[in-house]
Design a binder for this molecule. Structure first.
Ligand code: G6P
Length: 623
């Protein structure tokens, strides 16, 4: 949830760290802080409540010199968001500073013990315990800082990614991780170590690193890295056994991290969907032979041939895509599919067998609950498959097989292109399994493949025909509640539409299966209540028309999503957005786009911070 950035090298660290914090701000933005060893050898800490820009403002007249530093943008867990609780935290002697992402679960007994030994704490955070513990270990064991980090981390229960500065050693940056991500960027000068231009970067993800180098090392759980100014990177495990770092090349470009002329990342990402879906399908469909080339499935053919059940675990928007995936996979493969909130699955001792396949869907690949769910599944001997976006993230590294959705970095906190990328991948996945199990007749299989290839073009059409939403969105700015209705494949789309509105406009919204309305929500309908109905021509169209009539007769205001050329629902609606015709199972890929735009434009009119909505974070690395 929090973002960590670090630098050691020959350049001024402050501008690199601030830029890195801006890139990581989507992970948390209630306070920010920076620590530097200045050119005078002072170990300084500057912190501010609010966004990174407040920190920049507050440091305008401070000493920001030096070529080594660590920085942090916070999403509060322990202690309210204020400058005191913001990271970095000092150790008692002010010789060490530390930034942390994660949760130290046993921080209370550790803190009590350290207080008994005379240490004073200034914040309410679990993080301050870590830095104090490291120093305490150093003093009591008379050892160097790196050894003290090993000793301290052995006493810690929980998750952490940390970076540490030691005033007495300005030539070394220490980093460690367990459960929370941390990447080391290996600067271009490092191959000529010792020639004076070596540098290392640290980041919670690759976004603060890519501008300087595409060579990275993904730190593994319980590894400690010591990054030296001379270009040496020493990695050990908690038992001090040396590990061999694996250098990897990042597949990311700087352009993908910029707004590219759009007012917000969210709008850019909505508009990117046609191309993102093309990239997602690229190399995975053989149009001549109507084949699906998904190595994650083909390489484990027998697993899918013998699968008795599929369980999909996910959170948030990814959970909505899982619900749609369930409908498609069951239809295509005849394997029963269950969808679970990862946060529930991990704690309820589920009945699972070795012939079950567990799928984790996650944009970030770092969601703590989803990671824990797959760890549980693996302990029970299941085959675990990951559907993720962020390359090299924790979930793909902890699964037996998987598929990247390849939609490029998603920066807006409200997920858009990742959702349609996940849906596309789930369709490819279902088709690939259907091929293995021979559960679809050839003609239908061919049609499904052909229709899928038309989706990017139809998304483009939808984007162009959704522009009018900007105008009528204003009408709904003052509404306090919204209802979203859909049936079949479009019921999860209703959930997703409602989630988008809640996330970025802070308007209360509920998604319902349309037929369930008469079992409760219909009591809420009056002339004040906007009801968004997803009513494409196929599927349960006639049933949805009846549901709309029930709303109209109670004076609800209807915003409908219909198939191009529809007149029946259009005539019953106050506002109507058309999408091109497609098969029932693919309609969510198109129907969600106007809902993303509706949420976006309502939020904009309300003056909300669309890319960084209050209280949310994009990557939820704590439970
Ligand atoms: C957070 C984000 C959502 C996302 C959810 C699951 O709540 O704000 O946009 O859907 O986490 O994240 P994941 O990375 O696992 O898809």
């Amino acid at each position: 949830m929090c973002g960590i950035v670090g630098y050691i090298g020959t350049k001024d660290s402050y501008p690199i760290l601030i830029k890195g914090l801006h890139r990581l701000e989507y992970r948390g933005y209630d306070s920010a802080g920076i620590s530097l060893i200045t050119s005078n050898g002072d170990l300084v800490v500057y912190k501010a409540k609010g966004k990174v820009s407040s920190l920049e403002h507050d440091t305008a007249d401070k000493d920001i010199s030096g070529t080594i530093g660590i920085a942090h943008t916070r999403w509060a867990t322990h202690g309210e968001p204020n400058a005191t609780n913001a990271h970095p935290h000092y150790s008692e002697s002010h010789n060490l500073t530390l930034v942390h992402n994660g949760i130290i679960e046993n921080y209370k007994p550790l803190r009590t013990e350290l207080e008994k030994n005379g240490l004073t704490f200034h914040s309410e955070t679990d993080t301050e315990v870590l830095v104090q513990l490291i120093e305490y270990m150093q003093i009591t064991h008379q050892c160097d800082t790196v050894t003290a980090v090993h000793l301290a981390l052995k006493n810690v229960v929980g998750a952490y990614a940390i970076a540490i500065l030691d005033k007495r050693n300005p030539n070394q940056l220490i980093a460690a991780r367990k459960g929370s991500p941390l990447i080391i960027g290996v600067g271009k000068g490092n191959s000529t170590a010792g020639e004076g231009n070596a540098e290392f970067l640290l980041g919670s993800d690759a976004t603060p690193i890519i501008e300087y180098t595409d060579q990275v090392i993904y730190l593994k759980d319980e590894e400690i890295a010591v990054l030296n100014r001379n270009g040496k990177c020493a990695i050990t495990n908690l038992d001090s056994i040396q590990q061999t770092p694996q250098l990897q090349t990042l597949q990311m470009s700087l352009d993908e991290l910029e707004k590219g002329g759009f007012q917000h990342f969210m709008l850019k990402e909505i508009y990117e969907q046609p191309n993102a879906i093309r990239t997602c399908m690229k190399g995975r469909i053989d149009p001549q032979n109507h084949d699906i080339l998904l190595s994650g499935v083909i390489d484990h053919r027998d697993r899918f041939l013998n699968a008795k059940r599929i369980i999909i675990c996910a959170c948030g928007t990814s959970w909505h895509s899982a619900l749609i995936g369930k409908y498609f996979i069951e239809e295509a493969t005849k394997i029963p599919v269950e969808v679970e909130y990862a946060s529930e699955f991990r704690y309820r001792n589920p009945v699972i067998s070795k012939q079950d396949i567990v799928i984790a869907i996650s944009q970030s690949g770092e969601t703590a609950d989803t990671l824990a769910a797959i760890q549980l599944a693996r302990e029970k001997g299941c085959f675990v498959y990951g559907i993720c976006n962020v390359i090299g993230s924790s979930i793909p590294r902890n699964t037996d097989s998987g598929t990247y959705i390849h939609v490029g970095p998603e920066i807006g906190v409200a997920s858009t292109k990742a959702f349609t990328g996940q849906l596309t991948t789930l369709i490819l996945f279902g088709l690939a399994i259907a091929k293995v199990r021979q559960t679809l007749d050839e003609q239908l299989f061919h049609q499904l493949v052909d229709d899928l290839m038309l989706i990017p073009e139809k998304m483009q059409w939808t984007l162009e025909h959704s522009k009018g939403i900007e105008q009528f969105a204003r009408t709904f700015t003052y509404c306090k509640n919204f209802i979203y209705l859909g049936r079949g494949y479009n019921y999860p789309v209703a959930l997703e539409g409602a989630l988008k509105l809640k996330e970025i406009s802070y308007i209360h919204a509920e998604g319902y299966p349309a037929a369930e309305m008469k079992h409760g929500p219909i009591a809420l309908i009056d002339e004040e209540m906007p009801v968004v109905v997803i009513a494409p021509k196929r599927g349960l169209y006639d049933k949805v028309v009846s549901n709309i009539q029930e709303i109209k007769s109670r004076k609800g205001r209807i915003i409908s999503i219909v198939t191009e050329g529809d007149t029946i629902v259009k005539n019953m609606s106050d506002y109507c957005i058309e999408i091109p015709d497609t098969r029932d199972s693919y309609a969510p890929l198109l129907a969600v786009i106007p809902l993303q735009m509706l949420a976006y434009y309502i939020a904009i009119t309300k003056g909300r911070d669309v890319d960084q909505p209050r209280n949310l974070a994009k990557s939820v690395t704590v439970e």
